[in-house]
Structure formats: structure tokens, C-alpha cells
Design a protein around this ligand. Structure first.
Ligand code: NAD
Length: 499
């Protein structure tokens, strides 16, 4: 008997009477591990009503009490890391150490949100005009919906929910349907931490469920991470329905390796950043732009390391890389490798025929290194989101920056060099939101904000950090005067600070 993964409404599991379900798989075996309950429109209305009711009280809870719950939630996440990582690996496929890594990065945002009393301190201008003080502060927006992708089933809900909740909102998570169980464990931990019922909820479902959240009059804001076409659709629909929206999209990140770089370090970084999590990271580095004079040497180092990657189920102690999320994704990635070969690129390391003994039903694809990629090739014109490293040979920094800036995406990038001057030129000229200098995956720490440029971010608000606090709150400014005696009638506009 497979178990049914329920929604989480009013602080408890919930499955409606007329629920339908979809299968959830273990990508390392191809087996169904659970059934996911899909919400009906009535279920969505129920979860929004619960979150709206909870907002009236949660938004009034003092900052210190909110902070205490966040501290407790942080401790529980640490205590339950092994359990949470196992859940992630079972449904996503990534290796256990990587699952723990994403929990650690999510934890950072919880720690950031623990400081909410400091973060919500307003601004005050004493005697802005005679007898007048002006002050501004920020208040929560209301019910917030978070729609998240499959590739970080813990970290991305933790990019959003701790900040949304700490700032006084209630939060409804619509997790990915391919690996939804981590969201349920997170819900249980919030409850155990003392969060009142209805402040954090989970609702599963098809795009129709998301559509109902996007158009529901009682949802005030939408936080989204996923592919670019979906991000554009979510943003447009949310804005049309009067909601604020932050929508992070896809990526095609490039790393430049200049001739003066430490090539061993660059090779290690490229292999880790291209093949870690089977390349299913929005901050992966799937394209290496390598200066021609060191290209053969670097590619040899990269190819050796790629061949040494141990492709095994994510819960195997020796695994460096687990399976792809689905059979369809594996077929899509394989056909892109085929297209590169047909268009004249050279497949130096070929992962297409990878079979893992004992896991023949799993959706494995080995590391693949493709040399001689041209920017116009089919594979280079889209996000691959798999364990594939494309190598494009370049004359130098200028050509590398031009190629990056011509790309429609602008999530992350990296430069490998020993020249401070090259690094300075690069970080100033490149049209990308997150830049690494000798750092392959420059995901910002939680007290900075995370976000790309161009088609990697629709709208303008980055996630977590100071921008997260701003996104989940709205400003109020009070101009205040206590009259010693009544004023005479004045027809002057009152904006004169010299008064
Ligand atoms: P996706 O866009 O298919 O799905 C994301 C979420 O949106 C899921 O919850 C899904 O159920 C929902 N959804 C899908 N189609 C929808 C529709 N038509 N209407 C409403 N909701 C819909 O993305 P994915 O495959 O889960 O995740 C991989 C993508 O996410 C990649 O493109 C990756 O680059 C991107 N990503 C970006 C970042 C970033 O920070 N920019 C981070 C992680 C992942």
C-alpha cells in the first residue's frame, strides 16, 4: 500500500473527500514511493481562509515571541537534519551530503530571520518640522503564497517562509509535485516549534491550484522560484490580480577560465559545479569559457575528474552524483547531448549509456563533457539542467564577457583568474546578478539577498536577506504633532520642512 501525502491545513494533515492523487517516484529506482493528494478549488479556498484567519492574530504577536519560535524552529531543523535529508534523497535523488548542504543553506535564512526585532526597526526623524516628528515602519502584507521548484525541496521553502513568517505574514507553500514530502516535515517542525495553526500551510496540486492562489482575493503576495516561462506567467497573473510578486526563473551560468588561473583549482571547481546534484542547480556552472592557450590542458584535467565521478543512488555512501529527477528529464538532456554531437561538437566524456548495477530502473545519466561547443548550437541556447559541461574556447576576457552578456539569463557566473584587474573588469561589466571570483557557485549568504538578472528574475525583488524583508512588508510613514493649542486655518501645503 502506498501512502498518501496530505495537505497541511490549520496545523494538521488534510485530505479532502473528493481528492485525486498523482504518483511520487524514487528516481534512483523508478519506483512509486507515495501518492500525492491534489487539491480541489475548495481545498485551496479552505487553506487561504485558514491562513487569513491566522493572520489577524499572528501579525499582532510581539517580535520577541516570533523570534523565540524561529530560534526553536532552527534547533528542530538541526535535530531533524538526517531525517529531512533522507526524505530529500528518496524523492529528489541527490546525495545525502548534498541534501544536508541544502538544509544548511536554508538554516542560514532561519538564523537571519531570528534577528527580526533588529530587522524591523523603523526610521525616525525628530523635529522634521517645528513640533513634528516623522517616522516610518514596515508591516506585514497578509497571506503569502510560495511556489517552489523540485531541485531544492528544503532550501527554497526556507528562502521564503522564515522571512515571511518573521515579518508577521502567514505563508502557504505549494511545493513541487515530484518531491513534496520535505514540505510536510517542515510543516511538522514549524508546529513543534510553537507556530500557531494556520501560519504555515501546505497545499499540493496542479497548475490550476497555483492559478487559484494567484487569483484569490485574500492572497496578498506571491513568491516563486522555477522555470522562466512559469515565472513570467506567475508574475503576470499575480500582478494583474493586484498582488506583489517576486519570480525567480531559469539559468545558464558561465564560468570563464583565464590562462593565468590556477588550473587545478579551476578544474575542481568546474567539475563540482557542473555535476554536483547532477547539474540540477540554478547556480550550477554548465558552460566553461576557456581561454584558448590553456584549453587543452584544462579540458584534460576536467575530463579526468568527470570520469572519476561515482554515479550511484544518492543514499549510497560512495555516491558523488545521484539520478536525474525523471525519465522525461533524462530523455530531454540526452537529446540535447545528441544534438550537440550532430551539430559538430565533440563528446569527450559521455554519460548517456550509464547504467548503475542494482539500480537499473533508476534515471541515471553520467557526467558529460562536450568540447568545441559553439554559442549558436541548440544545446547552448537553452538551460540543460543536467550533468553536462559545455566547453567554449575564447580568445580572452572581453569575448567571455560578451558571450555571457548575450545570454538571455543572468543568474550566476564565475571568473577563474589570478589577476585582480581582470576580476575588477569582469565584476563591473558582467550582466549577472551573482558573481564569483574564483568561487564557482556564488550563492549569497543569508544576510545578503539572492537574485539574478534578465530572464533569471522576473520583477525586481531578490529573495531573502534585506530584499526579502522589504518584499514581505509594506512601509507606513507617520507624520505626528501634538498641539499645545489649536492651529489657525492655513491653506499652505504642509510639506515645507523649513517651517
Ligand atoms: P517549474 O517551473 O516546472 O515548477 C516550479 C513550480 O511551479 C512547481 O511548484 C510547479 O508545480 C509549478 N508550476 C509548474 N508549471 C506551472 C504552471 N503552468 N502554472 C502554475 N504553476 C506551475 O520548475 P521546476 O522544473 O520545478 O524547477 C526547475 C527550474 O527552476 C529550472 O529552470 C531552474 O533553473 C529553476 N530554478 C531557479 C532558481 C533561481 O534561483 N533562479 C532556483 C531553483 C530552480
Amino acid at each position: 500500500m502506498t501512502t498518501t501525502i496530505p495537505h497541511w491545513i490549520d496545523g494538521a494533515p488534510f485530505v479532502g473527500d473528493d481528492a485525486t492523487a498523482s504518483p511520487v517516484y524514487n528516481p534512483a529506482t523508478g519506483d512509486v514511493v507515495a501518492e500525492l493528494a491534489l487539491a480541489t478549488p475548495a481545498d485551496v479556498d479552505r487553506v487561504v481562509a485558514s491562513a487569513a484567519a491566522a493572520f489577524t492574530t499572528w501579525s499582532q504577536v510581539p517580535l520577541g515571541r516570533r523570534s523565540a519560535i524561529l530560534f526553536r524552529f532552527r534547533e528542530l531543523l538541526v535535530e531533524h537534519t538526517d531525517e529531512l535529508a533522507a526524505v530529500v534523497t528518496r524523492e529528489h535523488g541527490k546525495v545525502i551530503s548534498d541534501a544536508k548542504g541544502e538544509i544548511a543553506r536554508g538554516l542560514e535564512v532561519v538564523e537571519f530571520a531570528c534577528g527580526i526585532p533588529q530587522l524591523l526597526k523603523g526610521e525616525f526623524s525628530e523635529q522634521a518640522a517645528t513640533g513634528i516628528d516623522v517616522y516610518s515602519f514596515r508591516q506585514p502584507v497578509g497571506v503569502v503564497a510560495g511556489i517552489t521548484p523540485f531541485n531544492f525541496p528544503v532550501m527554497i521553502p526556507l528562502w521564503m517562509s522564515p522571512v515571511a513568517i518573521a515579518t508577521g505574514n502567514t505563508f502557504i507553500l505549494k511545493p513541487p509535485d515530484r518531491d513534496p514530502s520535505a514540505a510536510m516535515l517542515i510543516a511538522e517542525l514549524w508546529k513543534e516549534a510553537g507556530l500557531p495553526d494556520g501560519v504555515f500551510s501546505v497545499v499540493h496540486g496542479t497548475p490550476d491550484v497555483v492559478g487559484r492562489l494567484l487569483t484569490h482575493p485574500d492572497v496578498a503576495a506571491v513568491s516563486f522560484v522555477g522555470s522562466t516561462p512559469t515565472a513570467k506567467h506567475i508574475y503576470k497573473t499575480a500582478i494583474e490580480h493586484g498582488k506583489r510578486c517576486q519570480a525567480l526563473g531559469a539559468a545558464k551560468n558561465h564560468g570563464i577560465v583565464l590562462a593565468d588561473a590556477d588550473l587545478e583549482n579551476a578544474a575542481n571547481s568546474l567539475v563540482a559545479a557542473a555535476f554536483g546534484a547532477a547539474g540540477e542547480r540554478c547556480m550550477a556552472l554548465p558552460v566553461a569559457l576557456v581561454q584558448e592557450e590553456v584549453a587543452d590542458q584544462l579540458i584534460a584535467l576536467v575530463a579526468d575528474r568527470a570520469r572519476a565521478v561515482r554515479v550511484l543512488p544518492g543514499d549510497h555512501p560512495d555516491s558523488d552524483m545521484g539520478p536525474i529527477i525523471s525519465a522525461q528529464s533524462r530523455a530531454r538532456i540526452t537529446s540535447l547531448i545528441d544534438s550537440a554531437e550532430a551539430e559538430g561538437a565533440k563528446i569527450l566524456v559521455d554519460g548517456r549509456d550509464t547504467v548503475v548495477p542494482g539500480s537499473e530502473g533508476g534515471w541515471f545519466l553520467g557526467p558529460t563533457v562536450i568540447d568545441g561547443v559553439h554559442p549558436d548550437m541548440t544545446i547552448n541556447r537553452q538551460e540543460v539542467f543536467g550533468p553536462v559541461l559545455e566547453v567554449i574556447r575564447i580568445s580572452g576576457l572581453e569575448e567571455g564577457i560578451a558571450l555571457i552578456n548575450a545570454n538571455p539569463y543572468g543568474n550566476g557566473t564565475a571568473l577563474f583568474t589570478s589577476s585582480g584587474e581582470a576580476a575588477r573588469t569582469f565584476k563591473r561589466a558582467v550582466q549577472v546578478g551573482m558573481v564569483g571570483i574564483n568561487v564557482p557557485i556564488p550563492v549569497p549568504v543569508a544576510w545578503h539577498s539572492f537574485g539574478g538578472w534578465k530572464d533569471s528574475l522576473i520583477g525586481e525583488s531578490h529573495m531573502y536577506g534585506p530584499e526579502g524583508v522589504r518584499f514581505f512588508t509594506r512601509a507606513k510613514v507617520v507624520t505626528e504633532r501634538w498641539l499645545p493649542q489649536p492651529d489657525a486655518v492655513s491653506f499652505h501645503f504642509s510639506g515645507d520642512a523649513q517651517k
